[in-house]
Each structure stands twice: as structure tokens, then as C-alpha cells.
Design a protein around this ligand. Sequence first.
Ligand SMILES: [Zn+2]
Length: 315
Amino acid sequence: MSIKVFLFHRVNPHPDPIWPPITPGHFERIVKYLKRNFEVVPLEETLLGNYKPTKSKKLCAITFDDGYRDFIEYAMPVINKYKVPTSIYVITDCVDSCLPPWTYLFNFFLLNTSITSLEVESIEIPPSLRKNNWKNLEEKIDLIKQFSPILKTISDEGKEDIMQQMQVQITDVEMPKNLMLNWDEIRLLKNEGVEIGSHSGKHPALSKDFHLDSVRHELERSGKEIKAAIGKFPIAISYPFGIYNSQVKKIAKEVGYKMGLTVLPKPYTLNDDHFEIPRIELYSEPFYKTRFRMNGQLQVLKNVFSLERSIHPNR
Ligand SMILES: [Zn+2]
């Protein structure tokens, strides 16, 4: 038996030229489609064996990463209307600070500033990106799209340094407010049956370059903080950007998680490794494409034509 685990981030009607959220209407079409074609199951309870599917339909689960507040405003009404279970994975530092993850902030500051140049001193980024200027929005968006995937791969200290350099130069943009769920809201969601898990403490890429002690610290402290807030250590860790390796999996298990979620467009076969559960990310795009992703045809087409798998730098 297999289960398709779908991944969402933001659901709201506000346009974003870098990382468009899924609109509430698109989200409702998705949930309606899933409800009609699958049995939508609670991911963690099903994998733990506590929830028994009816077996009359294919299985799928709905998950959200990052913990944006638009989940309450735009996703929950649809989730409640169609009575489907869902799971959400929060970044504990973002809950504490009420600020979005650095991936969002980097885009937000650059998009909203009126300055037209940015200098970054860092040996960790290519020389071509250290002195930048742009003449219009298109050029600025191009720059953000070049920068984002590189920031994801550099050291944590290097990234924080670059974020600070950026904030020193961009003084005409205020921190975005009220974008993230707070602990009271997370407790309310838990009481409504939403499964709450960890998406780390500060959203680092847990790649081979990330120190193992830091991996342990990230996974353990975020789990403990969630336990302090909602009363139980989270069942699952969602690896930031879906990045993990065998040591990350081992540490996740050691600190107390029962499963780990990544991002790969394929179903999860029950009883496969619980620490590399693939999830199929869904995007803001025409509905027929989303339908292809949900029923697996897009992957088949991509395999046939050897098209590059799309990896979104903001995940
Ligand atoms: Zn994330």
C-alpha cells in the first residue's frame, strides 16, 4: 500500500513575483480533487498504525511546511469544509520571533526596497554576485533568483552575515509583521486535530557541510520547544528544503522523532524508511498541471522527456 504525501507552503490571494502562493480558490480545487479521488488520511497517525484507512481508495496526506499564518485564514476554512486531516511543520525560531524564515526575508527586503544596488562581502558567494545593481524590477527579480539557491548552500554564519549586510544597506523596508503562526494559534490547531511537527529551529540546509553537532542541536531544541508548547515531542521532522543524509536521519531518530519528511515527487510505500518520506510539492500554476502532479502523470512525462526536476529555492 502506498500513500501520496502532498506539500504546501502558503495559501493566500496576494501576488508574489518570486514565490507565488497558492490562491485559496486553487487550494479548494486541489482539496476537492483529493477528497474525490483519494482517502485523505492523517499522515503521522496512519504511519504509526493508529489510523486504519478504509482501503477502498488510494491514500494521500496533506502537509504544510514553515508555519505561515495564512494557513489559519485561507487553508483551514477549506480543510474544515471538506473535513480532511492535515499536518503542519513549524520553524520554532520563526514562531518565537514572529518573523518569516530567512529565505522569505531575503526576497522581501530586496523586492520592497527602492535602493538599486547591493554590495555583499563574502568569500562564500561567487565574485559576480558581490557587487550588484539593477535598473528595474525585472533585473532585481533576476538577481534574487540567482542569489537564493546560493544562499541555501553556504554556511549558517555566512548566511547570517549576508542577511545583516543586506539589512544595513536596505533601510527603507520594515520587517514584515504577523506572517507567522504563534504558539497560541499552534495550540488551537492541535486541538482542532492538526498534526504539529518540527521544521527545525532556524531552517538551515542540513547538508553534508552542516556540522553534526549543529544538526543535533537544531533537531533537538526545536522538538523540545514544541513539546514545551503543545505537551508532546513532535512525531515528525520535516527537513528544511527536503535536504538530509544518513547522519541527519540517524540523529533525528536519536533525539526522538519517529519519522522524517523530505521532498521528492513520488509516493511513499508503507513500511519503507520512515526517515525519508517523499512529498510531492504543489505550486501556483494552472490546475491541469497540478492535477498531473497529483496523479503522477507529470513525473511520467518528465521521465519520458528527461526534463529537469523542478526544485524551488524557497522551500
Ligand atoms: Zn521550509
